[in-house]
Design a protein around this ligand. Structure first.
Ligand SMILES: Nc1nc2c(ncn2[C@@H]2O[C@H](COP(=O)(O)OP(=O)(O)OP(=O)(O)O)[C@@H](O)[C@H]2O)c(=O)[nH]1
Ligand SMILES: [Mg+2]
Length: 619
């Protein structure tokens, strides 16, 4: 009898401890300062206790903003603790590629990306991009070159990690570096380990692009989409570490530790122990809640856009006839905005910074036949663009899918023109542009004024020195001092860095999918899974996901150049005004042969104009 009573009371013994934990907010989390006001009410927690939105960044350097009161609700989209008032100083790490022309192109792009991360003030940047100078950068051994296998813990081999650290120290002695940009895609674990090894926040390619999107977004629509992309990125960075006290936390120093009654392991059983959520569930739920909130807002934007589009198609023209839309697409920095401005005699913002345009814009233009059409300038594409980023910008990119005609603008002076072209084709396929529209697409080679100038000019890549190419004289990559391709990455090679990291703190991904509320939106590139080589999966890129048939087709295109698009339909110089009339005539001709109707809808009911601001400007 006594034993039975004791058994029945046993869960209650831990009750004071549990209640103590529940009623002391300090045991939960730091005070809630964010203006995002997330609906956070786990069932196990008394409603009077407010939960802050947890920082879900993998970066242990990104915790501070939690404690700061923010006025701008979109600030939370930032991936590391960066001061929006001054551009961060990034140290660029470029994995080596062959041939040198490809390496040069990728290094150029990496440097341009690093310099592009800057917020505008009063509609302008403080400095011209060309005045910025090169950020410190280093070319290092590429673990994926020969073995196609990068290290699951640090991506690079230990020698490379040390080399970069030496470079960082050297650069740091001349001035502060805010973060390291590695021009590849890293997993959450790799990112965290590199941060620990280098003592700096680390941004990978996806992270930096998202950060730039956030910095450049001006309209509500673009900000929403950029925040969604950032949120989904953070979702894949849910990495936990064992803190100094042996508990799992989400930050190196435990700032973001979130433990519900169940997660803390109150020792209770039955209903008491099961009432709480694990850290992972709580994190995921908050992400899901924010994501749903963003998606519902984006959906509203999408609907508005669809209505506006339909209305334009019906009677957007001055005489009530329908307006055809021509979407100007292309690789970032190809000159799309400059071309649209030149064609429509308007002044869209253009800049050498990558992703200068994140907010879509429409401009009207009169074709030689007298027909009025709308030119749609949109966000540019880039290689290794994760599918999730494209999906986040679905509302914007729908404008492209729905356009009557596509004009693909290429930077004819780009040394990797073929690759840029393939990337754009891939993205267009990915977002659902029909094969027919792709076939009909006009191809424009812009910047022909630069073509001759740039041919074969290596700007700062020293082809004579194979070891390391950077702005630091005399620096060498000790991983691979002479030859390429890179040595295979051998697991036996693990030494100092790896053992240092693995002996102390334990890193692991949140591979517990229990309570995963995601609907598969992220599952393709989600954390925790492994590829066939046992490497933790990363955000997948278009390349990863292309169907074999499409890859084959690309190969055929590239090799034989049999597609009509291989030859440009027209060559232009948007800044010099060359080829513009020819392009307008071609657009006219295409629309005519496609028989895009000019409809009259005078008999339709009049409705008041739609006033909601979704950032679509038509002039
Ligand atoms: N020399 C030359 N420069 C050009 C030409 N067209 C554009 N540019 C320059 O190229 C840079 C990028 O132009 P944008 O129009 O912003 O390019 P974009 O494709 O809209 O770029 P994102 O919006 O960043 O994707 C700007 O500095 C332009 O002045 C051209 O025909 N010749
Ligand atoms: Mg642009």
């Amino acid at each position: 009898m006594f034993r039975t009573i004791s058994f029945l009371l046993s869960p209650l013994r831990s009750l004071p401890q549990t209640l103590n934990f529940i009623t002391q907010p300090s045991l939960y989390l730091k005070p809630y300062h964010s203006p995002l006001k997330l609906p956070t009410n786990p069932s196990s927690i008394p409603p009077n206790l407010q939960f802050p939105p947890i920082s879900i960044l993998s970066s242990s350097f990104s915790q501070t903003p939690l404690l700061q009161k923010k006025e701008d609700p979109y600030n939370d989209a930032s991936l590391f603790n960066r001061d929006p008032k001054s551009p961060p100083k990034l140290f660029v790490v470029q994995p080596r590629l062959r041939p040198d022309t490809l390496l040069q192109a990728k290094l150029d792009e990496a440097i341009n990306l690093a310099n592009s991360l800057e917020e505008q003030r009063d509609g302008y940047y403080d400095t011209e991009l060309c005045e910025k100078g090169l950020p410190p950068h280093v070319v290092v051994q590429n673990p994926a070159v020969r073995s196609s296998k990068y290290r699951s813990d640090t991506y690079f081999g230990p020698g490379t990690v040390d080399t970069v650290k030496c470079h960082l120290n050297a650069v740091e002695s001349k001035g502060e570096i805010d973060a390291v940009y590695v021009n590849t895609i890293l997993s959450g674990i790799q990112q965290r380990n590199l941060e620990r090894a280098w003592g700096k926040p680390v941004l990978d390619r996806v992270g930096l692009i998202i950060e730039i999107f956030n910095a450049h977004a001006q309209t509500k629509e673009a900000k929403l989409q950029a925040e969604l992309a950032a949120l989904m990125y953070k979702r894949t960075r849910l990495v936990r570490v064992r803190g100094p006290d042996g508990r799992y936390t989400f930050g190196a120093t435990g700032e973001t530790e979130v433990v519900s009654a169940r997660g803390r392991g109150s020792g209770g059983r039955g209903f008491i122990s099961g009432a709480g959520e694990t850290e992972l569930q709580l994190q995921r739920r908050r992400i899901l809640e924010r994501r749903n909130h963003l998606l519902s807002q984006i959906e509203a934007v999408r609907r508005t856009r669809a209505l506006q589009r339909a209305s334009r198609k019906r009677r957007g023209g001055s005489n009530g006839q329908g307006l055809a839309t021509v979407a100007i697409v292309g690789y970032t920095n190809a000159g799309k905005s400059t071309l649209v401005s030149a064609l429509s005699e308007s002044d869209l913002f253009s800049d050498d910074r990558l992703f200068a345009t994140v907010d879509p814009r429409l401009r009207s233009v009169i074709l030689p036949s007298g027909r009025k059409v709308l030119l749609s300038d949109t966000v540019g594409f880039i290689s290794d663009l994760p599918v999730q980023l494209v999906e986040a910008f679905h509302a914007t990119l729908e404008e492209v899918v729905e356009a009557d005609l596509l004009v693909h603008v290429l930077d004819s002076s780009a040394s990797d023109l073929d690759e840029q072209r393939s990337v754009v084709l891939q993205v267009l396929q990915q977002i659902g542009v029909s094969e027919e529209k792709l076939q009909n697409m006009l191809e424009v080679w812009n910047k022909i004024d630069l073509q001759e100038e740039e041919m074969g000019a290596d700007k700062y890549l020293d082809n004579g020195e194979d070891d390391v190419v950077d702005s630091l004289s005399g620096a060498e990559d000790d991983d691979m001092p002479s030859e390429l391709p890179a040595e295979p990455v051998d697991d036996d090679d693990e030494n100092d860095i790896v053992s240092e990291l693995s002996s102390g703190d334990v890193q692991e991904t949140m591979d517990d999918h229990e309570g995963d509320y995601s609907d598969g939106w992220l599952s393709r590139g989600g954390e925790g899974s492994e590829d066939d080589q046992g490497n933790p999966s990363r955000w997948k890129t278009m390349d990863d996901q292309q169907s074999e048939s499409f890859k084959d087709r690309r190969m055929t295109e590239k090799d034989s150049c049999s597609q009509p698009q291989c030859i440009p339909h027209v060559k232009t110089s948007a800044v010099m005004g060359v080829g513009l009339q020819e392009l307008l005539a071609l657009i006219d001709e295409k629309l005519e042969t496609q028989k895009v109707p000019e409809r009259n809808y005078f008999d339709r009911k009049w409705r008041p104009p739609h006033t909601e601001d979704v950032g679509v400007a038509v002039e």
